[in-house]
Design a protein around this ligand. Structure first.
Ligand SMILES: [Fe+2]
Length: 248
């Protein structure tokens, strides 16, 4: 793992002059590695499996640097799918071998990268592939929620409220369908809806302990936002609490 970390830092170094966003992605990667480790440990995986989970974490956003260099954005919608690009980068000149000598896990590792940013996992994964894909997806989501609590991600809700359709999706405990977003506040609901895509109760326990969703809501409650939005956020807070308690 130390060798993989070194290779990752070597690889990302030439991108550092592109600005602070590169550094933020490096830090995000290392927090995701820690979260992958924490989830894998809580799931009582073997030492070897914990190492695989950490390696998948270190590689999951490997394409972010090339994506930012080429397109100056992290928006896949406006550039390229960074899950797919990550696999391509690691296959080129067998770059993956610099991270792990043994090639028997390549298919598994590539799938965790390819699918970490997809709306849903495909149905045809093996149990092992599904396990590691979900560890990376959960870890990634938990860290994105953390970024909301430190205002690294901040939605300007202005004087908006959540649209009825979005509130219904949260009440139904479903992941927010981005195609249904209407108001500025609705964009905030996307992150809150991540909760319903958390795969493991071990991840849920971490999320509960860190209390990220309440902290995120608190930030908006302290602001001068539409009183109706405050009311909606309190309602959502209850939905979240009930869901987490039921999942544990
Ligand atoms: Fe990513």
């Amino acid at each position: 793992m130390e060798e993989a970390k070194k290779t990752f830092l070597q690889y990302t170094k030439p991108y550092l002059p592109l600005g602070e966003n590169i550094d933020l992605k490096i830090k995000h990667t290392f927090r995701v590695v820690s979260l992958c480790e924490a989830i894998a440990k809580k799931k009582n995986l073997s030492k070897e499996e914990i190492e695989i989970a950490k390696l998948c974490g270190i590689l999951h956003d490997i394409a972010r640097f090339e994506q930012y260099k080429r397109y100056q954005t992290f928006s896949d919608l406006n550039s390229i799918d960074h899950g797919d690009l990550g696999v391509k980068i690691l296959k080129e000149n067998n770059f993956i071998r610099k991270f792990i000598k043994d090639d028997s896990l390549d298919t598994l590792i590539f799938k965790t990268i390819k699918y970490h940013n997809k709306y849903q996992l495909p149905k045809n994964l093996t149990a092992q592939e599904k396990l590691f894909c979900n560890i990376v997806r959960d870890a990634d989501k938990i860290d994105i929620l953390y970024l909301y609590t430190i205002k690294d991600i901040k939605i300007d809700v202005e004087n908006d409220i959540f649209s009825a359709e979005i509130i219904d999706q949260l009440k139904n405990e479903s992941v927010i369908n981005r195609a249904t977003l209407k108001t500025k506040a609705d964009r905030l609901a996307v992150s809150l809806g991540f909760l319903f895509d958390i795969a493991f109760k071990e991840s849920m326990a971490i999320l509960k302990e860190k209390d990220y969703l309440n902290k995120e809501i608190d930030i908006y409650m302290q602001e001068d936002i539409n009183p109706k939005l405050k009311e909606q956020l309190e309602e959502i807070r209850t939905i979240i609490k009930n869901y987490i308690d039921r999942s544990l």
